[in-house]
Ligand binder design. Structure first.
Ligand code: T3D
Length: 263
């Protein structure tokens, strides 16, 4: 069922899964100002929608996202880069990392520049054969942004992050799995089916526990062990009071699958 459609970002909701599709295939889904606005609105809307339990982010056509629309940067009224990044890119990354629902990046083709950053901001990534990820910022004389310098070292380690960021080479799909950036490579025509199957699995989970798990993983990146242990105890206290925990225990005892409601 189409939930919301805008010229450059499509949102479809079915079976508790929202699929957000970057939809400027002729420009390899390069990000324009209106598109960034629409993408932020899409993440905020699925965040509020209680019927949505998992999200897929993907691209229309042969690319995932080629990053900033470079042609738009040449327009005389283009905002200074610092403003563009602070006001338009950063809120998207914050909305994605703060979204209390898991996001699967279905990386259907090239993810370059800020498109790579969007891929990194997803919780899990599935990549199609032939897809690549490149921090292409250096090629246009720019610095990796939209969270890439923060996310990448945490995901692959400092040394590999330096290699990816400084050399800017396109990492092929198999390499993305090898360095731990993607769950697996799938044939291009199976990508959306695989992403939907993974999203369905997540959507059948306990929504509050998944949200708190994401919250704990986000927080752990900035904390030492003592603080992480304490935060886990706090979140477990919250999860332990949920109806879903009671349902999980009941289902275990009855040897049946749990039916989680998010309560
Ligand atoms: O606000 C700010 O600027 C700050 C934020 C910056 C963040 C960034 O994202 S900087 C990095 C921006 N992205 C890039 O540098 C990647 C640019 N694109 C490419 O290098 C190549 O297009 C690809 C390697 C991704 C794919 O190459 P290929 O040969 O498969 O396709 P193509 O022929 O280059 O592209 C197809 C069309 O998409 C083409 O349109 P045309 O000429 O046929 O009308 C091309 O111009 C367009 N396209 C691709 N990338 C962009 C783009 N149009 C605008 N912006 C793009 N980024």
């Amino acid at each position: 069922m189409p939930a919301a459609t805008s010229p450059t970002v499509r949102v479809e909701i079915a079976d508790a899964v929202a699929t957000i599709t970057l939809d400027r295939p002729d420009a390899l889904n390069a990000l324009t100002v209106p598109m960034k606005r629409e993408l932020l609105a899409a993440f905020r809307a699925v965040g509020r929608n209680q019927a949505v339990r998992a999200v897929i982010l993907t691209g229309a056509g042969r690319a995932f996202c080629a990053g900033q629309d470079l042609k738009e940067r040449l327009e005389p009224d283009a905002a200074p880069l610092g403003v563009e990044v602070r006001e338009r890119y950063n809120p998207i990354v914050q909305a994605m990392r703060g979204l209390p629902k898991p996001i699967i990046g279905a990386i259907n083709g090239v993810a370059a520049g800020a498109g790579a950053s969007l891929a990194l901001a997803c919780d899990l990534r599935l990549v199609a054969e032939g897809a690549t990820l490149a921090l292409a910022f250096g090629r246009v004389g720019l610095v990796p942004d939209s969270g890439a310098t923060w996310l990448l070292p945490r995901l692959v380690g400092a040394s590999k992050a330096a290699e990816i960021a400084l050399l800017g080479d396109a990492l092929p799909a198999g390499e993305l799995v090898r360095v731990g950036l993607a769950v697996k490579v799938v044939p291009a025509d199976a990508l959306h089916g695989e992403a939907k199957a993974m999203a369905a699995r997540l959507a059948a989970g306990a929504p509050r526990a998944l949200a708190l798990t994401k919250q704990a993983l986000n927080a752990a990146w900035d904390r030492g062990l003592e603080a992480a242990l304490d935060y886990e105890a706090h979140l477990q206290d919250l999860a332990g009071r949920s109806a879903d925990h009671a349902e999980g225990l009941e289902a275990f005892m009855a040897k049946r699958p749990p039916r989680f409601t998010g309560e």
